[in-house]
Design a protein around this ligand. Structure first.
Ligand code: SF4
Length: 361
């Protein structure tokens, strides 16, 4: 089993979620509905919570949105971060509302006394600040080209402002819609500083393109040990962001939870509708939190062999299917019964894993 060696970083906390210093990589998302509409915002927070999100960021474009944070915080099942640009007043209202973190670039607040006021209040609340450097929002007069070097240099300007005020409860992010720039900026920063890093490929588009860009950008860095929290950016339903984040982390063995399906692409030997079986099985196991690898293979020629690393699996022949556990055959079923048998074994294994997890606690 290959394990990724994580980069050593400082530790910060967003609510009860610890970030950096070897803690589990957390999954973030951002509400796609107006913050000012409290019931709608809270509804989306609960959907994200159910999907496995750890932390949620909310845009705070105006005073009404900032004032809504107090009620949202009261009802939120997850730690929330207020995303604020330029306005120290909105930051102060957000802090007063009890948010668990700020995303704020202090260098964008023009008056140093205002920065001081915000940092004083942030220290009193004992919450962290994320400095978020986006390639698209670098000062064009100073940085005509949004290179990785420019992004990292810009981050240190913001960091210095905070450190000069004796504030080090910081994480940083370097986001670009260009995957290679994003990778290089994060790598460069990781060689210079030990603040935790929030990963993201920004404005990644929708659907398959977004998932691929995010997976390549974040996956490259994560397998190098870089990254302590992440947000997958997708134009679409926010729940997809969380699911994609979980898949990226699980693919690298950085978070092991839920059912991982190993299914073959099918070929001329296939003996049944594999896609339909995979969909049916996923629907019935979507609530399982234990990490279980389940192989759903199209035939018996390569089925057991291809899936022997799985916890459970089926390989289907002309008239019947074999059910196997860790590559060993444990039963034979008709095609009509096979999915039910696989499901029963999966639920039984889930119970065992849950009991083991409870024992560890
Ligand atoms: S498991 Fe069987 S059906 Fe599936 S791809 Fe391999 S040979 Fe083809």
């Amino acid at each position: 089993m290959i394990h990724i060696k994580r980069r050593n970083t400082r530790e910060i906390s967003v609510g009860d979620v610890k970030i950096g210093s070897g803690h589990q990589i957390s999954i973030q998302s951002m509400l796609s509905v107006p913050t000012v509409n409290v019931p709608v915002a809270v509804d989306q927070l609960f959907r994200l919570h159910s999907a496995g999100c750890d932390i949620v960021r909310l845009g705070v474009p105006d005073e009404a949105s900032a004032l809504a944070l107090a009620e949202i915080k009261k009802q939120s099942p997850l730690p929330i971060i207020a995303d604020i640009h330029f306005s120290y007043k909105l930051a102060l209202i957000a802090l007063e509302s009890g948010v668990d973190g700020l995303r704020l670039n202090p260098g964008n607040i023009s008056n140093l006394d205002h920065v001081k006021e915000v940092i004083k209040a942030t220290k009193e609340k004992n919450i962290p600040i994320r400095i978020g450097v986006n390639a698209g929002s670098l000062n064009p007069n100073k940085y005509p080209h949004p290179t990785a070097e420019a992004m990292v240099e810009s981050s240190f300007e913001h960091i210095k402002l905070l450190e000069d005020l004796d504030f080090q409860d910081i994480k940083v992010s370097f986001k670009s819609s260009n995957v290679l720039t994003m990778i290089e900026a994060n790598r460069l920063f990781a060689t210079k500083c030990d603040y935790p890093i929030h990963l993201g490929v920004t404005e990644a588009g929708d659907g398959m393109q977004a998932v691929v860009k995010n997976a390549i950008g974040m996956g490259t860095l994560l397998q190098e040990g870089i990254g302590d929290t992440l947000r997958v950016s997708i134009t679409g339903d926010v729940v997809q962001e969380v699911e994609a984040g979980r898949f990226i982390l699980r693919s690298l063995g950085l978070r092991q939870e839920g059912i991982e399906i190993i299914s073959c692409p099918t070929c001329a030997r296939v003996e049944y509708d594999v896609l339909e079986a995979v969909h049916a099985f996923k629907v019935k196991t979507s609530q399982i939190k234990s990490y279980i690898r389940v192989a759903i293979m199209g035939c018996v020629v390569n089925g057991p062999g291809e899936a022997k690393e799985a916890d459970l699996g089926i390989a289907v022949g002309k008239t019947s299917a074999v059910l196997f556990r860790k590559g060993e055959v444990i039963g034979k079923y008709s095609k009509e019964e096979m999915l039910e048998a696989l499901l029963e074994e999966t639920l039984a294994l889930d119970k065992i894993k849950q009991a083991e997890a409870n024992d560890k606690d």
